[in-house]
Design a protein around this ligand. Structure first.
Ligand SMILES: [Ca+2]
Length: 413
């Protein structure tokens, strides 16, 4: 998981999709030049930690040959520690999060990727009961449909974070399991690359989750989540969700509309029967009747006048993969789009600056055209856009705010 763009709670969820897909992760693949922070650096303290770790690993059955092969060329990566310490940058509003992980152009690409894997996904769905579009959506959020699987060496990343120690036991466990993957022959050391946190392959599994759940679905003798064929990764993720308690035949939830003056409690703690929500005037945003998949909660992460969702038991199973509500809503939303559904019915509307998503995209494009690089025009106002605004304001002799506004947009259009 890249991006994220979200607040990870590594170690809470059995499967952590850290650093993947959405936003912001250490995707050094995007550039031909490798960021030196992701190349091994000399560190005597790390080296002596590794020497002691290797003795522990041997006592746990990891051979000298495996250790030699797995640690060849590996080392201390300062970049992963920076990533680990700066995860709060990924805390986004739902609107920004969806703009990052599920923009229209990605929906279009995703529908092609989904179509290309329909047969494999149907086979996996038949065995584990998890819908094809949910699995494809997770694939999309975690690795941009397999195209961004991560390029950071897993042995280096997990050993650096184990040495650093903030969550030392968690990362040492993952390092040990990465070595077991090498020893078992499931992957060569050179294949073990992933996110800054060691999440690997099409659906960004950490080594602990791999050891617990990985499946050789196509029967080629390897539990292979790394190669171009994603079927073992689909099956592994489906098996994870099945074991977590996924209920076959039920949906995660849906977008709903709330009646004017709706004052019933919302949030996970306010579960009600679907009949009860119906009686309170909650309706399916896309029309039709509300499905009944047991008790349900209403989520409206940006307020009751913004997009709202009725969520069922299976929503919480997606959260076992990544504990953020935005992540699970992103998976649910993208799953609907892959299956042919449309965009959200309720608009997010203007932000606190009075700008809607398209305005913010136009603002970013305008800044870049004017010579102040605002990055990819995704409509998400981050540090880069703010710096571009400051540069533009300075050059024009305007008060320097670094904040978007209608006035600024008019100047740039
Ligand atoms: Ca296989």
């Amino acid at each position: 998981m890249q991006v994220t763009r979200r607040t990870f709670t590594l170690g809470v969820s059995a499967l952590v999709l850290a650093g993947c897909g959405g936003g912001g992760t250490a995707q050094i693949a995007s550039s031909n030049k490798v960021d030196p922070a992701f190349l091994p650096q000399p560190n005597a303290s790390y080296d002596s930690w590794v020497a002691a770790f290797k003795r522990r690993a041997q006592s746990r059955g990891i051979s000298k040959a495996t250790l030699a092969a797995a640690f060849r060329g590996q080392g201390y990566l300062p970049g992963v520690i920076d990533r680990d310490r700066n995860q709060t940058e990924f805390k986004r509003s739902l609107e920004d999060y969806l703009a990052i992980v599920a923009p229209e152009e990605k929906v279009a690409i995703g529908r092609k990727s989904y179509a290309s894997q329909r047969k494999a996904l149907a086979q996996v769905e038949a065995r584990y009961g998890v819908p094809s579009e949910v699995l494809a959506s997770i694939w999309g959020l975690e690795s941009y449909f397999g195209t961004k699987r991560g390029t950071i060496p897993v042995i280096s990343a997990t050993s650096t974070l184990a040495w650093e120690g903030r969550r030392g036991r968690f990362f040492e466990s993952n390092l040990m399991n990465a070595l077991r993957i090498v020893q078992s022959g499931d992957a060569k050391p050179s294949q073990l690359t992933g996110s800054w946190a060691g999440a690997m392959g099409h659906t960004q599994l950490i080594p602990d989750a791999y050891q617990a759940h990985a499946v050789d679905f196509d029967g080629d003798g390897k539990r292979d989540i790394w190669s171009d064929n994603p079927i073992d990764a689909f099956a592994t993720t489906a098996r994870f969700l099945q074991k977590a308690g996924w209920r076959k035949g039920q949906s995660w939830g849906l977008e709903v509309t709330l009646p004017a003056g709706f004052s019933a409690g919302i949030g996970h703690k306010n579960k009600r029967s679907v009949d009860s929500w119906r009686a309170l005037g909650v309706k399916a945003a896309a029309g039709g009747s509300l499905p009944n998949h047991g008790s349900a909660a209403i989520l409206a992460p940006m307020g009751r006048d913004k997009p709202a969702f009725l969520v069922f038991h299976n929503f919480n199973m997606i959260k076992r993969y990544n504990p953020s509500d935005n992540y699970a809503l992103g998976v649910g939303y993208m799953a609907g789009r892959l299956a042919g559904g449309g965009p959200l019915k309720t608009r997010f509307g203007p932000d606190k600056y009075g700008l809607v998503l398209q305005d913010r995209k136009d603002l970013q494009s305008g800044l870049s055209r004017a010579g102040f690089d605002a990055g990819r025009p995704d409509g998400v106002i981050g540090k880069k856009t703010e710096a571009a605004i400051r540069g533009f304001e300075q050059a024009r002799g305007l008060p320097v705010t670094g904040k978007p506004s209608q006035a600024l947009l008019r100047l740039l259009r």
